[in-house]
Design a protein around this ligand. Sequence first.
Ligand code: TTP
Ligand code: MG
Length: 406
Amino acid sequence: MIVIHVDMDAFYASVEIRDDPSLKGKPVIIGSMPDERGVVATCSYEAREFGVRSGMNIKEAYRLCPEGVYMHPNFDKYKETSRKLHEIWDPYASASEPMALDETYLDVTHVGDFDKAAEIAHEIKRRTLDELGLTCSVGLSYCKAAAKTASEELKPNGYFEIRTKEEFVSMMAGRDVKELYSVGPKTAAKLNAMGITTVSQITDRRTDVERTFGKHGRFLVGLAEGIDERLVESYRPEDAKSVSREITFQSNIDDIVLLMDVILILSVSVYERSSKYGLYGNGVSLKVTYSDMESVVRTKNRVSYRGALDVAKEAWELLRKVDRRPVRLIGVGIINLDKKRARQTTLLDIDDESPEDEIDHYLEKMRNRYHFDFKKNMDWTLAIDRIHGVAEHMRIQRMKGKGKRP
Ligand code: TTP
Ligand code: MG
């Protein structure tokens, strides 16, 4: 197999810098604002010099880098950029397997040898920069894990090859286990506790590793010997089994009406996304994370929905069944998606009001409530921001009210 792994450098930050050259050379931090609750999604390499990292609490980032330029992410822009990236990359491959918006594996075995594949890899880097103004790091290798390792080797704007299993094994042998693909902090800590700190020790202690980690252990032992037989599998949105959307609030919400409105917006969003691909599900899921981080997921199967409002109604029903405590995150999903299962006409379909009218009616009510024009195909993050802003306003008003009382 010949595999290319492409990963954009500081993706969200690079897109913002490309679109506003005055940011060039500055520590740009994408995520929450320093005065909000949240984390760093990513940051420019200049910000990384201050120690800022993805996933870091935004307050911590601000402490390390108060002079940084802080920005909210523009997901629509990154999604659009991702689509254009794939237009460049995918035609070179027999299969393209995206792992994130900015990252994909390309199967280029068909070109025949590594020299030809290396030409493609360089062409991908050049065209990505020329056509989209963004740099990426590319790894070329004989399997997925080694290609991914290679792309990280000389980041940013890197290119690295690992042509053989032997090269991979000797390169990794003395390295810390956490550099091995699929070893996260938890696995690393467990391995360390067993006295295993380097990759070659995984091979030495294979029986222990396999016994402790089961399936993942066997995968790790294989990797330490340079073996990864996973294929590059093209992902197509129409193959998805579920579609969901969730939102984390800046401050916890306990107002049931607001939660129901947020559920409605999320339902519109997931309904539009699934129907765009001609997919129908027969279940709805609701995820709730409380202020103490406890999460619950409730699902209802065998539901028949005719539109977003029906999805929302199922999710509202599920909301009634979970604990009533301050909520930090809420998510709605349509599950058991199936392209073939075309929606059956039921008596419901010849109801008085069409699902379209019903949802319009509901959105109109919300427009009056929030002074915001909610409509189908809306920017759902903006819509939820608006609901959230109103909630925040109400909370402050309530606090003021309380303060006034004797
Ligand atoms: P990554 O490829 O992990 O990071 P990156 O492209 O920003 O930087 P680099 O690859 O050069 O190290 O993730 C791609 C995008 O995914 C990133 O730009 C933002 C988003 N992301 C998050 O929102 N939260 C996270 O914790 C991570 C790791 C990424
Ligand atoms: Mg990246």
